[in-house]
Write a protein that binds this ligand. Structure first.
Ligand SMILES: N[C@@H](CCC(=O)N[C@@H](CS)C(=O)NCC(=O)O)C(=O)O
Length: 230
């Protein structure tokens, strides 16, 4: 049996981590039977991150490696896509995971009004009297990383302007079909819908969560992916 090690559900999403949601969507798309094991502590898993796929005595870390592992065993996530669409799909996945994702991180970890809600959800298993102390160092390190990456230096307004073309690119594709690359869900939907779901569900009513959750086209799309792969 395949076991997906994942962060627990949060904010109405199947997991607090969009990468875990992506892995869960890919597993459902593969058609293989699997089960989940929830943990809030990533330290003992590959690279200290989640998701991970646990298969007998093998542990595959990283959602990209999980995708490759499933494909090597027969999963066809991009069945029916042309070479051109497969190339575009790759770029959409990178856009989602290497750009959109960091907007979610900043929305959740940098916003002073949102952070206490996120902290009490992500670190719920740590006793309340220790939670602030333990999470403070983790938050400081993460925000330092975002500052070095660059997006952390933008104001919330500048971030919203920066993300808008990504959301437009997704919407442009959705004018042409129910999923990003046609009538059936494919690998890009797993990544993109997971990131959109996380954006929309960030608590505290941030500008980004409002932008995504009030966009009828994106909301309908997330519902379709959830119905097909969730
Ligand atoms: N490239 C990885 C990214 C996974 C990732 O960044 N996971 C985050 C949660 S969204 C994590 O576990 N972070 C824990 C940490 O950095 O300490 C993937 O695709 O699986």
């Amino acid at each position: 049996m395949l076991t997906l090690v994942t962060y627990p559900p949060a904010f109405g999403q199947p997991s607090g981590s969009p990468f875990c949601v992506k892995a869960l969507y890919l597993l459902n798309l593969s058609g293989l039977p699997w089960q989940r094991k929830d943990t809030a502590d990533p330290r003992n898993w590959p690279k200290g991150k989640l998701p991970a796929l646990w298969v007998d005595d093998e542990i595959i870390g990283d959602s990209d490696n999980i995708r490759t592992w499933l494909e090597e065993r027969g999963a066809h996530f991009d069945a029916g896509l042309s070479d051109l669409d497969r190339a575009t799909s790759r770029a959409f996945i990178r856009m989602a995971e290497e750009h959109m994702y960091f907007h979610i991180v900043l929305d959740r970890w940098a916003d002073k009004a949102v952070w206490p809600i996120v902290r009490d959800t992500y670190f719920a298993t740590i006793p309340a009297f220790l939670r602030k102390f333990i999470s403070r160092g983790i938050r400081r390190m993460l925000l330092r990383g975002m500052d070095a990456q660059g997006l952390g230096r933008l104001t919330a307004g500048e971030r919203l302007e920066r993300i808008e073309p990504d959301l437009q690119a997704i919407t442009d594709r959705l004018w042409h079909g129910p999923f990003l690359f046609g009538a059936q869900p494919s690998a890009a939907d797993a990544s993109v819908a997971a990131m959109l779901g996380a954006m929309a569900s960030t608590p505290g009513g941030t500008a980004l969560s409002r932008r995504v959750s009030q966009d009828v086209m994106l909301v309908d799309y997330m519902r379709r992916v959830q119905a097909a792969l969730g």
